[in-house]
Design a protein around this ligand. Structure first.
Ligand code: 13P
Ligand code: SF4
Length: 315
């Protein structure tokens, strides 16, 4: 087994040798974030993946993210360190069930959160991410009936801020959904000067006591520019790495830190390790492969999201 130092050296060598680029999400382990060429939230990662001209895209994130990269840049080889890095939210919306559900709402437009399978995206009008969901929903006329899937928490939050009455698919992220107001308030009582930042995948009760709600990138930006010195972070633990790096003088408390519980580590994001990253770059496997038909149909609502986001100057 190679030492961590040697693994890092070898990953850099393979990157050059194979003309590969490493894209990583903010929930990856710090060592992977540090070796990545680009780190971002789902929207930034999609945009970046689309314009990459390297031969190989090494995606350090979860399966739906790598799938999106392949759909947007199909001539590139897209590899993921661990094919088992899935997403409980994407899994909460099986394509066959979703197809049946849609039959009940024939006059509705379908907006789907990017945390979904390619098959679900083929049944979608516009994809969205946590950083543009509100604007994508508001882009449609007020009287347009909408189905929002698969995250009921994000959907309910967007309904509350837009006044829309979107029909929601009952899916959730098992990591964010279990964060409780009790745990946040317990921290808040001890650290009264701390501000609460939350990802919109959290439940409504947690979002109600948040000072800032936004995507991973949005939360990082907020803690960088805001004047508070302490933050309670209602999201996955990986995000703390960039928050601490960008604001080393500030304090970050992860919910529910005082129980010593690591239940807000996303087990799927944490499947990827430096060793698996090295092995996948060496063998160029596992590779994300889909039929041309699936990619062509799945690309339409993702491109629509990118077009609207560009039109609204969100990207
Ligand atoms: P972001 O797009 O905000 O990075 O969220 C991705 C995700 O999976 C959150 O759980
Ligand atoms: Fe999926 Fe939740 Fe993990 Fe994000 S944190 S990848 S939504 S399981």
């Amino acid at each position: 087994m190679l030492t961590q130092e040697k693994l890092i050296e070898e990953i850099h060598r393979l990157k050059k040798e194979k003309n590969a680029i490493i894209l990583a999400h903010y929930y990856q382990i710090p060592e992977i974030q540090d070796i990545a060429d680009f780190i971002g939230d789902s929207l930034a990662l999609s945009q970046k993946a689309k314009t990459v001209d390297n031969e190989i895209i090494v995606f350090c994130g979860v399966h739906f993210m790598a799938e999106t990269a392949k759909i947007l840049n199909p001539t590139k080889k897209v590899i993921l360190p661990d094919l088992e890095a899935g997403c409980s939210l994407a899994d909460s919306c099986p394509a066959t069930d979703f197809k049946e559900f849609l039959k009940e709402y024939p006059d509705h437009k379908v907006i789907t959160y990017i945390n979904s399978s390619a098959a679900v995206k083929t049944m979608t009008d516009i994809v969205c991410t946590s950083s543009n969901a509100r604007q994508i929903v508001e882009y449609l006329p007020v009287n347009q009936k909408i189905i929002f899937a698969p995250d009921k928490n994000l959907g309910a939050y967007i309904n509350s801020v837009t006044g829309r009455k979107m029909v929601l698919w009952e899916g959730a992220c098992h990591v964010h959904n279990l964060l409780t107001t009790e745990a946040v308030l317990k921290l808040k009582m001890k650290h009264t000067d701390a501000k609460v930042v939350a990802h919109p995948e959290c439940n409504a009760a947690v979002l109600a006591i948040a000072d800032y709600i936004g995507s991973t990138n949005g939360m990082i930006k907020f803690t960088t520019s805001d004047l508070a010195q302490k933050y309670i972070v209602a999201s996955e633990t990986g995000i703390l790495h960039q928050m601490k790096t960008l604001s080393p003088e500030k304090e970050f408390l992860v919910v529910p830190s005082d129980e010593g519980c690591s239940c807000n580590d996303c087990p799927f994001m944490k499947q990827n390790t430096l060793e698996k990253l090295y092995n996948c770059m060496l063998s160029e496997m596992p590779e994300i492969l889909m039929s041309k038909d699936l990619m062509d149909k799945g690309r339409v609502p993702i491109e629509r999201m990118l077009e609207i986001s560009a039109e609204l100057k969100l990207i």
